[in-house]
Design a protein around this ligand. Structure first.
Ligand code: HEM
Length: 405
């Protein structure tokens, strides 16, 4: 698979194919310039592999909301296959299975639950900054451990096991960047099995000793709303989504703020108000999830083009968020911006991110606290980015607080 991806990328490169360029270093470093090249070709562009790609905010939103599209092709719904043999989470399911399972996860992210999580998030951010000292890596010191602590707590993972869950979850989450080699595939398989065993033990524990957490609610619904084989994929989805996205939101926010010192100053002038706005603008300007896509479930017309059943439309969320038809001065990072359209960082329609309130709460508290405690924060080295064209964020962002925190 790796070799195939590499050769497709290189062949495309030779032909000057912007979609292939996205897979290479220029795409990783600055996908937005490549999106602009694709945008010049129109709102819906055919790909060399026989699918479609869109940079348009309107078309992305339409595809994500339109029920004539799905996350799996027609005829491949879970209902047609023995579910116990299918290792899918609800992110990869069409209705009605998607609706049934999403309904189970949703209450954990209600406004009331969010208010309850706030004190733990504030305490964790303070603790992490206390430990970090004045010179630290923003990613390993704050952006990564915060979501890990929060999601393990939400799932009700006992503290003694949290490190193991985090380790295996990180290996599996890393696969969102693509499988790099055969040995990487083997490591993934091992992590998957070990994580499965840990969750299975935890399910048994929560059947015996229920607590106030997501897993206890899942095991209580087992057999009725959720089939036994659906429990593990759902928990892995929540764990990995909790880890692998919020880390990049915090990282991308601090990176953009340090790149634009006037914006960092605007945040520090009023952290209580501006932190949430800085998070919102980061989600538009440099979103952690750059793309998703949908299969056409029937033949249809989109942006004046015929789309056949089974064709895939790549929705470039990062490009939609820079669409000049949706946002004025889209390439300007401006945390005081009044948003005229909704950004698509959390997608749209029935798969709209279920963890959005949590991600935004964590990132807002992280930025607010950082601005209050370290207003003279500065970069001490270059940002190193993840090698991915789907998930965008730094893996290393060295900073100095300027003054002791
Ligand atoms: C779905 C982004 C944080 C759980 C999604 C989707 C996007 C997204 C784009 C939809 C993909 C699609 O339409 O194909 C993000 C970003 C986050 C974030 C940018 C952080 C900044 C979280 C967190 C959790 C979470 C913290 C949970 C702890 C989920 C779940 C889904 C999802 C369960 C599947 C929803 C469904 O299929 O109905 N997320 N996410 N996400 N996200 Fe997030």
């Amino acid at each position: 698979l790796y070799r195939q991806r590499l050769s497709v990328a290189w062949v495309g490169y030779a032909r000057n194919d912007p979609m292939a360029l996205l897979q290479l270093r220029p795409g990783r470093d600055d996908p937005y310039r490549i999106y602009e090249r694709i945008r010049l070709e129109g709102p819906l562009v055919p790909t060399r592999l026989g699918n479609w790609v869109t940079t348009s905010h309107t078309v992305c939103d339409l595809v994500l909301r339109d029920r004539r599209f799905g996350v799996r092709p027609a005829g491949a719904t879970v209902g047609d296959t023995p579910t116990d043999e299918v290792d899918l989470s609800f992110l990869d399911m069409n209705p009605p299975d998607h609706t049934r399972l999403r309904r189970l996860a949703q209450p954990a992210f209600s406004p009331k639950q969010m208010a309850g999580y706030r004190p733990q998030i504030e305490a964790t951010v303070d603790e992490l900054l206390d430990q970090a000292g004045s010179s630290f890596d923003l990613v390993s010191g704050l952006a990564a451990p915060l979501p890990i602590a929060v999601i393990t707590n939400l799932l009700g993972i006992p503290e003694a096991d949290a490190e193991n869950f985090a380790r295996y979850g990180t290996v599996i989450g890393g696969a969102l960047d693509g499988v790099q080699s055969l040995s990487h595939a083997a490591r993934l398989q091992k992590a998957d099995a070990e994580l499965g065993a840990l969750f299975t033990e935890l399910f048994a524990l929560r059947r015996r000793e229920p607590a106030d957490d997501i897993i206890s609610r899942l095991v209580a619904a087992e057999g009725e709303q959720i089939r036994p084989a659906e429990m593990l994929p759902m928990c892995i989805l929540l764990l990995v989504a909790g880890f692998e996205t919020t880390v990049n939101l915090i990282g991308n926010a601090v990176n953009a703020l340090l790149d634009h010192p006037d914006q960092w100053d605007a945040l520090c002038a009023d952290p209580a108000t501006m932190a949430a706005k800085a998070v919102e603008e980061t989600l538009r300007f440099d979103p952690p999830v750059q793309r998703t896509g949908r299969f056409a479930l029937q033949p249809l017309e989109l942006a004046g083009k015929p789309v056949h059943e089974g064709q895939f439309v790549v929705t470039l969320l990062g490009a939609a968020n820079r669409d000049p038809e949706a946002f004025t001065d889209p390439d300007t990072f401006d945390i005081t911006r009044e948003h005229t359209a909704d950004h698509l960082a959390f997608s749209s329609g029935i798969h709209y991110c279920v963890g959005q309130p949590l991600a935004q709460l964590e990132a807002t508290i992280a930025l607010k606290t950082l601005a209050e405690r370290a207003p003279t924060l500065r970069r001490t080295g270059p940002t190193r980015r993840r090698n991915s064209n789907t998930i965008r964020g730094p893996i290393h962002l060295p900073v100095h607080t300027g003054t002791p925190v």
